[in-house]
Design a protein around this ligand. Structure first.
Ligand SMILES: [Zn+2]
Length: 222
């Protein structure tokens, strides 16, 4: 019998199963469905749940230091955090991210500001580069703190990019930028949309796959 960590009763019509980033099983179920019925549905998915849990636990073990803020990722590289009283601002040197000692109690907040500042510069540059290349112009570009996605583009032509993109390699940043700009042509994920993406980044599929593996980073710095 699978252990259900969270059961959320909703107005939905069917039972949904998901695993959160610490490997807990979350069930959403209609109000009238009995506990026995829910357990039956969940137990049928035993193999799927086990596989997902295993993958999440493996990933968590692999990225333990990043998930506990002992290390940080910047452009796909890992830096070990160290506090130093001699420096005045956050600095990357070799494999270290040096943080002024006086920030020790608030360093996660300081890191967010540091990431955002660099994101503003780099993402603006990349958007400009691909706008020129694709002959497109968003109505605005915004930096976001979204929980579930790296970027979005709405029907008003506003492209939003997550500042956490600064954690992933440049080629994945470019994929997200091109993806969102392509939505200015096609506001969906149709065949035509992917053709636009492909025309700019022929290897977009592997970038997309690699970015998916970094999705756990979206949960950091909350
Ligand atoms: Zn999209």
């Amino acid at each position: 019998m699978i252990k259900i960590d969270y059961l959320i009763r909703t107005n939905r019509r069917s039972i949904s199963i998901s695993i959160n980033n610490i490997g807990q099983v979350i069930i959403k179920a209609p109000r009238r469905v009995s506990m026995d019925e829910i357990q039956k549905v969940v137990d049928k998915k035993e193999r799927w749940i086990a596989l997902h849990k295993e993958r999440i636990e493996k990933n968590n073990e692999l990225n333990k230091n990043i998930l506990t803020y002992k290390d940080i990722l910047f452009c796909g590289n890992i830096y070990h955090i160290a506090f130093d009283e001699r420096i005045k601002k956050i600095t990357l040197i070799d494999n270290y991210c040096l943080i002024p000692l006086k920030y020790k109690d608030t360093y996660q907040r300081k890191l967010i500001l540091w990431y955002k500042k660099i994101a503003n510069e780099i993402l603006t540059q990349r958007v400009q580069y691909f706008c020129d290349l694709m002959q497109l112009e968003p109505s605005a570009v915004k930096l976001t703190n979204a929980r579930t996605c790296w970027g979005t583009c709405n029907s008003k032509g506003v492209v939003s990019l997550n500042w956490r993109l600064m954690m992933v390699p440049h080629n994945l940043i470019d994929y997200v930028v091109v993806h969102e700009l392509a939505h200015l042509v096609q506001l969906n994920h149709s065949k035509l949309f992917w053709e636009v993406v492909h025309s700019v980044l022929p290897d977009y599929a592997s970038r997309r796959k690699n970015l998916k593996q970094g999705d756990y980073l979206l949960a950091l710095f909350r």
